[in-house]
Design a protein around this ligand. Structure first.
Ligand code: GLN
Length: 192
């Protein structure tokens, strides 16, 4: 079984560890550069992207993680994790940086302030219907040519991608780890 980790600096780490555990993977908590050794896949959880970005710098994980992502490590980012993977971030803090692993543009809190959080059913290509929990979710507003759109959601103002894949990297606007449906995590680990 391949080694899978969860970036454990901030956010809903425990829920991702539980999801991977249900699939038979004992996820490694990644807090320092040596935790990356031998990993095939890593989850970047939901949380607060500005805080996560700061902790990635202070933990000295930013550079080695960036290099691993660019070479052979597969990443699955949910919500704030998607923001951390995006090539372009709109409405970020002035100093907000991201790994740029997915050729997408995301708008932080892009589903509006009034309906900041909602639940819906999302139809995923090759998987079927899954519950989608959106919490101050980033909205994917543009995708590059190499990006596969696995699911979209229309929140009343036109469809936007909510689950995308580009090669070995996956990004999700919502939080599959907050429900007991493991289909998306299963698809990610099956791709490793
Ligand atoms: N809005 C948060 C951010 O900018 C993401 C919210 C989440 O992960 N639930 O990081």
């Amino acid at each position: 079984m391949v080694a899978v980790g969860v970036l454990a600096l901030q956010g809903d780490v425990r829920e991702h560890v539980a999801a991977l555990g249900d699939l038979g993977y004992e996820a490694r908590l990644v807090r320092r550069p040596t935790d990356l050794v031998g990993l095939r896949g890593i989850v970047i959880p939901g949380g607060e992207s500005t805080t996560m970005a700061r902790l990635l710098v202070t933990s000295e994980l930013r550079q080695p993680l960036s290099e691993a992502i660019a070479t052979d490590l597969a990443v699955f980012g949910t919500c704030a994790g998607l923001i951390m993977l995006a090539g372009h971030v709109l409405d970020g803090r002035s100093d907000q940086w991201s790994f740029g692993a997915l050729d997408v543009t995301v708008r932080r809190n892009g589903y509006g302030r009034q309906v900041a959080s909602f639940e819906t059913t999302v139809r995923v290509a090759g998987i079927g219907d899954v519950p989608g929990v959106f919490i101050r979710a980033p909205r994917i507003v543009a995708t590059g040519e190499g990006v596969e759109i696995l699911a979209s959601h229309d929140h009343g103002d036109g469809p936007a991608p909510v689950l995308v894949r580009q090669g070995r990297h996956w990004g999700c606007s919502f939080h599959p780890e907050l429900t007991d449906n493991r289909a998306i995590h299963a698809a990610f680990v099956a791709s490793l």
